[in-house]
Design a binder for this molecule. Structure first.
Ligand code: 1CP
Length: 354
């Protein structure tokens, strides 16, 4: 079970947890904290569980999903769990031939670059991913008052993996299709938006109490390209999700120039990486939104005094925002010392306790 903490003992319900309150821009008794990629290779207990199990197999086994999702909650006492899965899991579930290669990431056997390829992207049905609902169900039981964040990859980031065939630095094939074949791009993005929505709905309906839409690589686009070629599809997703009462978080890397538009897409919380000071990020995102972030994950390799100093600065800037969820500016790096994350979690709680 999740560690019992002061606010659990006070009988505060899940909906009153600091994480959900901060997402809703309500006062909190401490700033909530969780870490992107808090589950994963930085934890010895994760490496043990995963030793002989390929990533995509682990993502299809409810017992394993539950165990791995719980690991950082138990160890750090973070304010939210993030569902253990991957952004390519729904694509695999609808029959796209892909794998997650150790040390590389998602690799797609036949990259999608024409109309025939796009047609292979069918809608996702709950029956395609029974293991997701089952794991979410197990987790909400184990987590008690600690919220579970469901997630999905956003259409642009998924499109990049599908079109490039794997991780990409320049996204050149993706941009070639986006600029050169706008109608095919539209069809591709519509289909991906529907898959993303289906994946998020399944998690929410099974009990996830917030969702994060990762558009990790959208920072590769100019604001104008984002507005015309990405924003319509992400806003559609957030619009469809508004029927649920769960907070919606939106995040991408290198999005300093896009923060206002990421807010316009309709999320309740916008995550920023470390390149923009958090108070400026909040200003760019605009009123009516909470912010999430934004310690550089590489800072955790510096002496503790540096981590403490930068964290204090982020917390001070976060007070300028209407709500602040503390996080890193991107995922935990695999060689991070878990003790640093433990200390950081405690430090954020201590510094902000009212
Ligand atoms: O063998 C392993 O341990 C594989 C490493 C790994 C892990 C632990 C991958 C491969 N995915 C995951 C889990 C994962 N992926 C989670 C849940 C864990 C948690 O957050 O605690 C989440 C939220 C993701 C989401 C994800 N996958 C994103 C968006 C978040 C981000 O970091 O920007 C992206 C871009 C991916 C693709 C992916 N999957 C795996 C890797 C190494 C990558 C990135 C590859 C690249 O650089 O393009």
């Amino acid at each position: 079970r999740a560690p019992r903490t002061a606010w659990h003992d006070q009988g505060v319900t899940l909906q009153d947890s600091p994480f959900l309150r901060a997402c809703r821009r309500l006062p909190v008794d401490h700033t909530p904290v969780w870490f992107m990629r808090q589950a994963g290779r930085s934890l010895p207990e994760y490496r043990r569980v995963r030793a002989d199990v390929p990533m995509l197999e682990a993502c299809a086994r409810p017992d394993m999903i539950t165990e791995i999702t719980m690991q950082p909650v138990r160890r750090y006492g973070v304010d939210a769990a993030i569902f253990f899965s991957d952004i390519v899991v729904p694509l695999k579930a609808i029959g796209i031939d892909l794998d997650i290669k150790p040390g590389v990431g998602p690799v797609v056997a036949e990259p999608i670059r024409d109309a025939g390829g796009v047609k292979r992207l069918r809608e996702i049905e709950p029956d395609d991913i029974p293991f997701i609902s089952e794991a979410v169900g197990q987790l909400t039981g184990e987590l008690g008052d600690t919220p579970l964040i469901g997630f999905a990859g956003a259409p642009f980031t998924l499109a990049s993996y599908l079109i490039e065939g794997g991780p990409s630095k320049n996204h050149e094939h993706t941009k070639a299709l986006m600029y050169g074949e706008p109608e095919l791009w539209d069809e591709l993005m519509r289909r991906l938006a529907s898959i993303t929505l289906g994946f998020l709905r399944t998690q929410i309906e099974a009990g996830a109490s917030a969702v994060q839409l990762f558009d990790s690589w959208v920072g590769a686009l100019s604001a104008e390209d984002y507005r015309t070629s990405v924003l319509p599809y992400t806003s559609w997703i957030f619009g469809q999700l508004s029927e649920y009462e769960v907070p919606r978080i939106h995040f991408g890397v290198g999005t300093g120039e896009l923060l206002g538009l990421l807010g316009d897409a309709g999320a309740d919380v916008v995550g920023a990486d470390w390149r923009v000071p958090l108070d400026q990020a909040a200003e760019r995102i605009g009123p009516g939104k909470a912010v999430q972030g934004n310690l550089d994950p590489a800072t955790l390799f510096a002496p503790w005094e540096v981590v403490a100093e930068r964290t204090r600065d982020i917390l001070a800037r976060g007070r300028e925002a209407e709500g602040h969820v503390f996080n890193l500016g991107h995922g935990v790096l695999p060689s991070t010392d878990p003790d640093q994350l433990q200390r950081l979690t405690e430090f954020v709680h201590e510094q902000t306790a009212s």
